[in-house]
Design a protein around this ligand. Sequence first.
Ligand SMILES: Cc1cc2nc3c(=O)[nH]c(=O)nc-3n(C[C@H](O)[C@H](O)[C@H](O)COP(=O)(O)O)c2cc1C
Length: 215
Amino acid sequence: MSRLASGFLGFFLVLAVFLGGAALAADISLPAPTTQGGIGLFDALWKRSSAAGGDFTLAEVSLADLSTVLWAATGLNRGGTGYTVPMAEGLPPYVDVYVAGPEGVYLYLPKENLLREISAENIRAQIGAQAFVGKAYYVLIFVSNPEELGGLRNRDAAEEFAAVLTGAMTQDVYLAAAALKLGARYIHSMKEPAIVAGLKLPEGHKPLALMLLGN
Ligand SMILES: Cc1cc2nc3c(=O)[nH]c(=O)nc-3n(C[C@H](O)[C@H](O)[C@H](O)COP(=O)(O)O)c2cc1C
């Protein structure tokens, strides 16, 4: 190889590494979640409630609190051998949690405790039927994952199982929010086409619920 050719090759290799690194840099490595202490389960159950729509004012929620809420929803427990919510047939999570925030849209990866960037768009005001959805600092979006559900022996129950899991996950969000003194609200009235586009959902991945999170 000529000197010129190897020079070009080197330049493109450096460029590729740089661009690859830049893409990864947009992911958010979450701080470790709080997994101990807090207000106590029965206090959290006593306080669990939906914040009123008008309570959402775009006030910031910290990444530490977001990490704890996501962990409560579907994080690993028992030393990494199980999850905070029960999964049918012991499958890996078949409902994904996406996060829409001021800086963009992300997919939560529980094993890596990472938010994988989907886009740098702020889609919060476009995805709910009610205007106050756009005033939540974070909107968690629960989406069924047909590839993971495909692992079920009991395929006929897939939709039902995804709904059951979403119920467990969102209840955990309510309890974690109560413990962290955050506002939370379950929302069914979604704009599905805007969510499918905003989250760049693959074919068959279905939005099931939103959970608003605010301070
Ligand atoms: C399945 C389900 C769907 C809901 N959908 C909406 C919704 O689209 N918009 C909304 O503002 N609240 C929604 N909510 C929140 C309920 O209105 C709220 O939980 C109810 O008023 C009881 O209040 P609480 O959670 O404080 O006990 C929903 C709750 C559930 C369980």
